[in-house]
Design a protein around this ligand. Structure first.
Ligand SMILES: *Cc1c(COP(=O)(O)O)cnc(C)c1O
Length: 447
């Protein structure tokens, strides 16, 4: 076992070293070689060393360089050294932290991380939390708590009796809400299409005065960190209006919520803590390995009543029983890496990570504008939308950027424009990476 794990560590370290000297996107040959994985189910066993060797030989070249320093696609963080190392150790532990008795350490590290997260994200102390796979499931989990509470207030037990015959729930959602919010609402029986879509302004922020009249059971979903522009919905105003009508306010803050961790950017989340529930990712801006998302609910009891297997199943002991707060019973111990990331960064390290990424986003915007490109959004956070002309030309330049391999940025469509989206989210990115990437993008734009 020791020799195998040393081999794995050496292989992984070599992979990360070499990442800097290859294209960020995998080569055509590497993608073609993936066909070698398509083989009949092996009849006989194979030694683990050879399994690892096969995985590295065929698999490593076909990765995208997401763990590297110049990946700016989607909103994808890298893995902090302490978080990656903790992930390996936790893999060796093989803990299932659904119950304290099953994994004391996994459970306690979730308790500690939850307190730290609420503090650093400036959310109410004592809120309930769920460690899940990502913001999609975090939205689902928090909205299940919302559904529970608004229907309970109307005298309806949705977990017991379902939605057939239940009082209708008004759901108001920003017109530019992330698709995962609509998916979560669909999974919850609230419908992807039966929601009221609230118009947005030129930066994609919900216009509070355009919210529908809220009466009876109601949920308002707002967004901090529009996936295209990085903009923030006016949370204070929306919370005030919604709460006056007795509605539940949910916040999708997959990456934007982390602005709270920086003294320079925390003004962006003003009013956000007044909401009732929040969803965010740890695998984006906290830079822990995939997968890791978080749901927080002001009233832990609403979360527990929506998620517990049953009120009678395995009663609560002295410790928080994580499975009472998550859709899953068995799952991996995600609190380990979150603890390691926060322990290694500290408050100042996390603020620095956020501020550095935002500074790089501004640098991209300034340099590309100077180079003749159009920047479509106000760069308030870590997201930059670049146009190189009409849709066809922008698409062509994005293709050239990706093929060049210095960095990787993806396409998006936003408010009628085709654009290239730059998302600076990795701890590993340095000044020279930004300058090299700017030069590569300008080469592609002018070529
Ligand atoms: C990425 C993102 C999501 C979905 O997160 P996953 O971790 O991919 O499930 C939801 N909302 C916003 C705003 C996002 O940026």
């Amino acid at each position: 076992m020791r020799a195998l794990l040393n081999l794995a560590a050496g292989t992984a370290a070599r992979y990360l070293d070499e990442l800097d000297n290859r294209g960020v996107a995998p080569s055509a040959e590497a993608l073609a070689a993936l066909s070698q994985f398509h083989e009949p189910l092996p009849e006989a066993p194979m030694e683990p060393e050879r399994v690892l060797e096969t995985l590295d030989r065929i698999g490593s070249p076909a990765t995208t360089g997401m763990a590297g320093r110049r990946y700016f696609g989607f909103v994808i963080g890298g893995s902090l050294p302490a978080a990656l190392a903790a992930n390996w150790l936790a893999g060796a532990w093989d803990q299932c932290p659904g119950l304290y008795v099953a994994s004391p350490v996994g459970t306690v590290l979730e308790e500690v991380s939850l307190d730290w997260l609420l503090e650093v994200l400036k959310l109410p102390a004592g809120a309930g939390g769920a460690f899940v796979t990502g913001a999609t499931v975090a939205n689902f989990t928090a909205l299940a708590a919302a559904r529970h509470r608004v229907l309970a207030r109307a005298g309806w037990d949705v977990e017991a009796d379902g939605l057939f015959g239940a009082p209708p729930i008004t759901v108001a959602v920003s017109d530019e809400a992330h698709p995962s919010v609509f998916k979560a609402l669909g999974l919850l029986g609230l419908g992807r299409s039966r929601v009221v879509r609230v118009p947005v302004d030129a930066q994609g922020r919900m216009i509070a005065s355009k919210m529908p009249r809220l009466e009876g059971p109601a949920i308002v979903c707002l967004q901090v960190g529009n996936v295209n522009t990085g903009s923030f919905d006016p949370a204070a105003e929306i919370c005030e209006r919604a709460h006056a009508a007795g509605a539940w306010v949910h916040v999708d803050g997959a990456f934007g919520l982390w602005a709270a961790a920086s003294p320079r950017y925390s003004h962006l989340v003003e009013g956000v803590a007044q909401a009732d529930s929040w969803a965010t990712d740890a695998h984006k801006w906290l830079n822990v390995p995939y997968d890791s998302g978080l749901a927080f609910v002001r009233d832990p009891e609403a979360l527990r009543l929506a998620m517990a297997l049953s009120a009678a199943y395995l009663p609560q002991g002295d410790h928080r029983e994580p499975s009472q707060y998550t859709p899953e019973l068995s799952r991996r111990a995600r609190g380990v890496e979150i603890w390691a990331a926060l322990k290694s960064l500290g408050r100042t390290g996390l603020a620095d990570l956020i501020e550095r990424n935002c500074r790089y986003a501004r640098r991209f915007a300034d340099a590309l504008r100077e180079g003749g490109c159009e920047i479509l959004n106000d760069v308030v956070l870590n997201q930059v939308l670049v146009s190189f002309g009409d849709a066809a030309r922008t698409t062509e330049v994005i293709g050239r950027v990706q093929r060049d391999g210095t960095c990787w940025c993806g396409p998006t469509e936003w408010q009628g424009h085709v654009a290239m989206r730059i998302s600076v989210s990795s701890w590993a990115t340095r000044d020279e990476d930004v300058e090299r990437s700017i030069a590569a993008i300008l080469r592609a734009a002018n070529g």
